[in-house]
Design a protein around this ligand. Structure first.
Ligand SMILES: Cc1ncc(COP(=O)(O)O)c(C=O)c1O
Length: 393
C-alpha cells in the first residue's frame, strides 16, 4: 500500500538476508554459526569502565556536545601513529576521517564515487554489506573470482578489460565471507594488473589485525598509500562493535568530499564513543588486547577445522582460515544449500547460505560458518550435526 511512496533506489536494494536467518536462530536450542558477532568476552569491559569515568571527569560537557565531522583529533592521531608504525604510511590526520563503523565508510564512498550504472569490481563472493550499500547508488557489479590464494588474475584482467570499473572493492585479509587471505604473490600480481588502470581501489580491512600466525603482516596492495588507494579500518572487531567506530584513510581531496557526504548523513559520529575509545587506546596496550582475541579465535577456528576434517564427507571443501571470524564451505557441485539449511535446522544447527554474498545467486552450493561465538565443544557438536545434514542431502 505504501510502496508508491518509496524511491526506486530503495525498492531495488535487497534487505539483509542474514537478519531473516537470525530470526530462526533466536531459539536457544539452536547452535548458530550464522551470525558475525565478535565474542563478547573479547570486549575490554573493565578498562572501558575506567575510561568512561576518566573522560567524564576530564572533559565534562564536551563528551555530550556536538562535534566536528572529521572526528576527534586524538583518535585520528592514534590512527595516524599506528599506521605509521605498522606500514610506515606517509599520512597526517588530514588523511583520516572517522566514520560510524566501516559500514558508513562504504555508504559514504558509494555516495561520493558511484553514479547510477557505474561498474564496481567486487570479489566473487563479496561482503553483503557492501553489495547492499552500493546498490542504493545504482552500482553495476562486475566480479573477479576468489581462489584459495586470492583473486583469480585472469578473471580480474578480463573483467577490467570488458567493464573498465571505476572502483574495486577488496577484502584481502581473512575475507568475509570466505576467510581467504590473499598471498603476497597474489597481491603483487594484482598490483601489476591494476597499477595503470584508471580505477580507485578500496581495501576493507576490519579483520587484518586478527591474524592467528606469528610473523610479519602481509602488506596491503599498492603500498605506500597511493592517491587511488582507499583503506578502511574499524574498531568493531578489536575493541567493540557497539561504539560504531571505523575510519577511512585516503588522499586529502577525497577525504574532503567524504567529509561533505558525512555532514549530510549524520554531522559526526557519536562523540561520547570517540572520547571513550580514544581514551581506552591511549591508556591501554591495544596489541596485548588483540593477542588475547587472536588466541581465543584461533582456538575456536582450530576446533571447527578439526571437526570438519573429522566429520565432513571428503567431497566437501572448506577454507582453513588464518585469521578473522569465518570459514566457507563448498558442497558438491549441484547440491542446493537451501535444502541443507532446512536439514540443518531440523538438527538444530544454523549457518548462512551463500546467496547474499553473490551478485547473481544461482545454483548456490556454498555456505558461511562463523566460529567466534561458541566454545570448542559446542562447535564440535554443531559440526557433527551439520555433517549429518550434509550426508542426508
Ligand atoms: C568486510 C566488512 N566490512 C565492513 C564491516 C562493517 O563493520 P563495522 O561497520 O562494524 O565497522 C564488516 C562487518 O562485519 C565486514 O565484515
Amino acid at each position: 500500500m505504501f510502496e508508491k511512496y518509496f524511491t526506486e533506489r530503495i525498492k531495488k536494494t535487497p534487505s539483509s538476508f542474514i537478519r531473516e536467518i537470525l530470526k530462526v536462530t533466536q531459539n536457544p536450542e539452536i547452535i548458530s554459526f550464522a551470525g558475525g558477532l565478535p565474542n563478547p568476552i573479547s570486549f575490554p569491559q573493565e578498562e572501558l569502565k575506567i575510561s568512561m569515568n576518566r573522560i567524564a571527569d576530564k572533559y565534562g560537557a564536551k563528551i555530550y556536545q556536538y562535534s566536528t565531522t572529521m572526528g576527534l583529533d586524538s583518535l585520528r592521531q592514534f590512527i595516524v601513529d599506528r599506521y605509521k608504525k605498522i606500514w610506515n604510511m606517509d599520512i597526517t590526520v588530514d588523511n583520516v576521517i572517522i566514520t560510524t563503523g566501516s559500514q558508513q565508510a562504504l555508504d559514504l564512498i558509494g555516495k561520493v564515487i558511484v553514479n547510477e550504472g557505474d561498474s564496481v569490481l567486487v570479489e566473487k563472493p563479496s561482503y553483503l554489506g557492501l553489495l547492499q550499500a552500493f546498490c542504493v547508488y545504482g552500482a553495476n557489479y562486475v566480479t573477479a573470482k576468489l581462489n584459495d590464494d586470492g583473486l583469480d588474475i585472469e578473471d580480474l584482467k578480463n573483467t577490467l578489460k570488458t567493464y573498465k570499473p571505476k572502483i574495486a572493492y577488496l577484502i584481502p585479509n581473512f575475507q568475509n565471507p570466505t576467510g581467504i587471505t590473499y598471498t603476497l604473490e597474489n597481491r603483487k600480481k594484482i598490483f601489476d594488473v591494476i597499477k595503470d588502470e584508471d580505477m580507485l581501489l578500496v581495501q576493507d580491512d576490519p579483520y587484518g589485525e586478527l591474524r592467528f600466525e606469528e610473523g610479519e603482516r602481509i602488506p596491503y596492495i599498492g603500498m605506500n598509500l597511493s592517491e587511488k588507494n582507499i583503506y578502511l579500518g574499524s574498531f568493531s572487531k578489536i575493541v567493540t562493535p557497539g561504539m560504531r567506530l571505523g575510519y577511512i584513510i585516503a588522499n586529502k581531496e577525497l577525504i574532503k568530499m567524504l567529509e561533505t557526504a558525512k555532514q549530510a548523513a549524520d554531522l559526526h559520529s557519536n562523540i561520547f564513543g570517540q572520547y571513550l575509545i580514544s581514551d581506552y587506546l591511549h591508556n591501554n596496550d591495544l596489541d596485548k588486547h588483540i593477542e588475547k582475541i587472536k588466541h581465543l579465535y584461533k582456538t575456536q577456528a582450530n576446533a571447527m577445522v578439526s571437526a570438519m576434517e573429522e566429520y565432513f564427507p571428503s567431497n566437501v571443501k572448506f577454507t582453513r582460515p588464518k585469521g578473522g571470524m569465518f570459514t566457507w564451505v563448498t558442497l558438491e557441485e549441484g547440491k542446493d544449500v537451501m535444502k541443507l539449511f532446512d536439514e540443518a535446522i531440523k538438527r538444530k544447527v544454523a549457518f548462512v547460505p551463500g546467496h547474499p554474498f553473490y551478485v547473481n545467486p544461482l545454483n548456490v552450493n556454498t555456505l558461511r560458518l562463523n566460529y567466534t561465538n561458541a566454545d570448542s565443544s559446542t562447535i564440535r557438536t554443531g559440526i557433527e550435526h551439520l555433517a549429518d545434514a550434509i550426508k542426508q542431502l
